[in-house]
Design a protein around this ligand. Sequence first.
Ligand code: ZN
Length: 513
Amino acid sequence: MTETPASTKAYTTLTAELQQIAILGSCGNLVSWDEQTCLPPSGTEFRAEQLSLLAGLRHERATSKKLGDMIAAAEEALGSTLSEDSIPAANVREARRDYDKATRLPQRLVEELTRATSHAHLAWVNARKASDFGQFLPSLKKVIKLKQEEAQALRASGQTLYDALLDNYEPYASSTQIETVFAALREQLVPLVKEVAASPNKAPASILGRFYPVDQQKRFCEMAAAAVGFDMQAGRIDVSAHPFCSGVAPGDCRLTTRYDERHFNSAFFGVLHETGHGLYEQGLIREAYGTPCGETVSLGIHESQSRMWENFVGRSFSFWTHFYPQAQQQFPHPLGDVNISQFYAAINDIRPTLIRVEADEVTYNLHIMLRFELEQAMMSGDLPAEEIPLAWNKKVKEYLGIKVPSDAQGCLQDVHWSAGLIGYFPTYALGNMYAAQLFQQAASDLGDLDRQFEKGDFKPLLEWLRSNIHHHGRRYSASQLIERITKKPLSHQPLLDHLRNKLAPLYDLKTVS
Ligand code: ZN
């Protein structure tokens, strides 16, 4: 028997510990999924105890001296014998990064943030109900102050406070790079929205507000999720107030949705979106579970997967060439007198609206940009919290051309800031841009994707995503991944091309911008 080399031993000791920590985390995920899908109301209070105990245990282990020593031993044993992006080197690099970040936060700050965001959440719920920003202001100020402290503790040299928080969701990203692509995108999106609004062609959106019975919607959604590749033996779809996807554990990925009998889009495109997230979770390498190379790389890349299946696939004509006859069969009353072209126009209705989560594929990005700008100014101190409503309303007018009638429909609409999720928003629009650039590359690698979708064949695209993205975990950063796959850095152009090509025939737009 050959002796195990010291480097292998130190490395396997580390990965075994990381796996244990991941299993603890997965117990928390399961308990949290249960809270949002089937917990009886009287169990809520005790559930908070269960969740906080599990989170505490996990945090303790993820910041323990023991883990720190294991990482140091693995670093020393591996030395510089491996190439930088080999799997062991990437696992140790990312484990070090996570550990340093987690241990840089003082326990007092973590606890204060938990308390402050729990109060802020309540204040936000009430303020939104009353449409009164003033009720939320004191709690928001407190959250901003604590997040500034957090950023101060986390930031690397040369990093802005905002970038330190952005890194929690989009590791290695910088706001300067994001601002550059956002600005280029915005410059053309704002006029595109105006062009569409000025078009005499109006989408027959009201057909989507007809009566769609829940049972049929459920059947149709599950059929579509399975048809694009979601493994129902390794996942399930349930109902919750806010749709989400939870990769609980290998072989167990849970999606949720909500059904609205008077709105076809809500559940169907919600399920396709969460299915995209779920396919990513299901595509991670099972043997790498618990190690960075078995984890998703960033929220932006995660969102690129959901947006790709929801918009690039699910809102394409070829997708509906395949599914529309089945839709008409499932919904004979609302869709019996509607032809596929009318349906396609309705699901691609573009118009400026006030609420981000209901926004279309084009205007959605502008909703994100304004939040990105405001939260950077909040963190740097340039925008006092008192002035948020005014600044918000001004940006909505500038980007979307509409007036905000109330705070509830303006700066109070999102839960993020009350939960301390500052730096999260840009990942949504990054997801759209990543999706466009990846989809363009997939089309060039795989030939005629439309032809495949028309036949209900989604396997080549899924396999492509699996081998190019899912299987790598966190081996490469998001931007490295994009460059490796597409041979170019992230650009605004593929998204613009996609939108203009799709909308030109629908709205009689000029084909060349
Ligand atoms: Zn998403």
